[in-house]
Design a protein around this ligand. Structure first.
Ligand SMILES: *Cc1c(COP(=O)(O)O)cnc(C)c1O
Length: 369
């Protein structure tokens, strides 16, 4: 288990804190669920973005049928807590983890014939039936069968030979590695593959899984292919769709707020003084000279939120992020709305790319309210 300590329920008042506002999050879940239902699309709720924290996953479990994660560790915790939803593993499996896969999950995305044969054996040993979604690669070049005939052959094999597997459907992933958009044409391609599979196995597929949050753009444009009836959604539920330049006013983008504590406030120049080499990470950095100004340091850094401090957004938009090292984030607070002092708390909106780190480190406390 990754979470040895119950760090999201510590009784000490410590910083930094990520606050998850469950009511706002729930509004997003309900809003997107309703939008998707107009198109007959069910959402599989993806919990990997907040490290599967059970208190948050519980809200997902009330709104969605499938709960999904790329990590068995996340799903295992929910299984141990007796969540009743079927659990879906959305990272194609490592051969070593198949015993756990069939034990924990009811359904998984797969793309490799050898692994699929091993899952059948593992499921047989466990006396279970495991559902499979076969993945097709439509050009994003991450997981999935490239040769669509091989996919159809594999579908037939699952249907006819593998007694402990059930072919639930097919799926794809777009907008991840190759940045390929989930256009109506791409999604129609997926439907066409699905129909060929159906022709071969002589029955309808229950699920055609049309991707992740990035696919929502096509849905909102009303260009949704009828047969696609599932999306696996994480980011869109957690923070809306700003990543895709879609500012949907019915989605909250402030469900997660980072609170940090100020440890130094000083008047200093913005331009480093002395002979310059490289920064803490070996980078040559350009500095702007705006003269002496009021700077603050908050006790959080790249170790906590990953490599990019500039993706954080201070709630006070007059505070400017200057940079960060592993453990310190530097702020220009000369125009801040409040007179910032040591001990003050500075708050930030967190994008997905920082949230995945912040919820996965024991140096940050996650508080659910
Ligand atoms: C992470 C992931 C998703 C969810 O992606 P979001 O962009 O967070 O909606 C869906 N499918 C797969 C296979 C994933 O790995």
């Amino acid at each position: 288990m990754a979470n040895k300590t119950n760090r999201w329920n510590s009784s000490y008042l410590t910083y930094p804190i990520v606050v998850c506002k469950l009511n706002k999050l729930k509004e997003n879940l309900v809003a997107l669920k309703e939008r998707c239902h107009i198109f007959n699309v069910d959402i599989a709720g993806v919990i990997k973005g907040f490290n599967g924290i059970p208190e948050i996953a519980e809200v997902f479990s009330k709104e969605f049928y499938y709960i999904a994660s790329s990590r068995l560790e996340h799903l295992k915790v929910l299984k141990e807590k007796n969540f009743s939803n079927p659990l879906m593993c959305i990272r194609i499996s490592m051969p070593y983890e198949l015993e756990e896969l069939v034990d924990i999950c009811d359904i998984s995305l797969q793309s490799d014939p050898y692994v699929i044969s091993l899952i059948n054996k593992a499921a047989e040993r466990a006396g279970k039936k495991h559902d499979i979604i076969l993945m097709a690669d439509l050009g994003d070049l991450r997981e999935g069968f490239w040769d669509k005939n091989s996919l159809i052959d594999e579908a037939e094999k699952i249907e006819k030979e593998y007694k402990n597997l059930h072919l639930k459907g097919i799926g794809t992933n777009l907008g991840c590695y190759g940045s390929i958009k989930a256009t109506p044409e791409k999604l129609e391609e997926l439907v066409a593959i699905g129909e060929k599979v159906e022709e071969r196995i002589g029955r309808k597929l229950e699920i055609i899984s049309g991707g992740a949050s990035s696919s929502l753009l096509t849905l909102f444009e009303n260009k949704w292919p009828k047969r696609i009836n599932q999306l696996r959604i994480g980011e869109g539920l957690l923070m809306g769709l700003e990543t895709w330049d879609l500012k949907e006013d019915f989605l909250n983008d402030d469900c997660f707020i980072l609170k940090t504590q100020v440890v130094e406030v000083e008047m200093k120049p913005s331009f480093p003084v002395g002979e310059r080499g490289v920064d803490a990470f070996g980078n040559v950095v350009e500095y702007e000279d705006i003269g002496i100004h009021k700077r603050a340091i908050v006790a959080i850094g790249k170790l906590d939120y990953g490599n990019d401090p500039f993706s954080l957004t201070p709630l006070d938009e007059d505070i400017k992020i200057l940079g960060a090292s592993s453990d310190h984030t530097l702020l220009d607070v000369s125009h801040a709305k409040e007179d910032i002092k040591v001990g003050d708390i500075v708050e930030f909106k967190i994008p997905y790319s920082n949230l995945i780190y912040l919820t996965n480190t024991n140096t940050v406390r996650v508080v659910v309210e």
